[in-house]
Design a protein around this ligand. Structure first.
Ligand SMILES: *Cc1c(COP(=O)(O)O)cnc(C)c1O
Length: 238
């Protein structure tokens, strides 16, 4: 990774603006939700992340196991670390000790493995169930139709706490189209909570990224995951 400092990124200007935008979206949401900013820090060097943490950032999300492993020992532990990316079962045991929540639980097999590793490591884990809200072949996640059954099964696994839902909706042409998916998510969130399943609490609704987070907040999101608007376009070359 390139050595960069925070001042080479958009952060100083973007961070206060994004916090303001979140506030104004909260104010126009009918649901009374408050949204927490999760910085999606893939490709952002750990030195830069730590400078951002020193300036108040308190939640980061990584989405590749290898990258998280490399950064983890050096990360300022004042920030909470979540895992937000596709997770293979054989990588679960590496991720569990490093994070306090996994947003991207997208199969029963994965949930089972997280539970197994949590038992071994004597650790509880908060998880969000990822919903493939646009039914896209290219995306992981549960179908909306199966989520009640799945949720019930997963909620019985030791050491796991189902705390909400996460989605990455299809790329949309406009806010109205976005809001259709976000509203569907919020309805699922409400419907699952209404079932009052043991060990299931719909606390977090994780949706909205750089291009659509304000709309997500207006539709009830309480965690938004923002990368490029916060740090600038990602550069994947090393
Ligand atoms: C990268 C990433 C984001 C943030 O995307 P931006 O468009 O850069 O804000 C959000 N969620 C997940 C799962 C990601 O991998």
């Amino acid at each position: 990774m390139m050595e960069k400092s925070l001042s080479d990124t958009l952060f100083d200007k973007a961070y206060p603006e994004i916090l303001e935008n979140i506030k104004s979206a909260e104010n126009s949401s009918p649901y009374g939700n408050k949204a927490r900013l999760l910085a999606a820090t893939k490709t952002v060097p750990v030195t830069v992340i730590n400078e951002a943490i020193a300036k108040g950032l308190d939640l980061i999300g990584e989405n590749k196991v290898q990258e998280l492993k490399e950064k983890f020992p050096h990360l300022d532990k004042r920030a909470e670390i979540h895992f937000i990316g596709n997770l293979q079962t054989n990588k679960v045991k590496e991720v569990v000790p490093m994070v306090s929540m996994i947003h991207s639980v997208s199969s029963e097999k994965l949930a089972l493995e997280i539970s197994k590793q949590c038992q071994k490591l004597d650790k509880d884990m908060d998880i969000l169930l990822q919903i493939n809200i646009g039914n896209e072949d290219s995306k992981s996640g549960f179908d909306a139709e199966e989520i009640f059954t799945v949720c019930e099964k997963i909620s019985k696994l030791p050491r796991l706490f189902v705390k909400g839902l996460m989605a990455i909706p299809p790329i949309c042409e406009n806010e109205a189209e976005n809001s259709k998916y976000f509203c569907k998510m919020r309805q699922l969130f409400i419907d699952i909570e209404a079932k009052k399943m043991d060990n299931v609490n719909m606390v977090y609704l994780s949706m909205g990224m750089s291009g659509d987070y304000m709309e997500a907040v207006r539709c009830g999101a309480n965690i938004v995951r923002i990368g490029s608007s916060l740090f600038g376009a990602r550069n994947y070359s090393k």
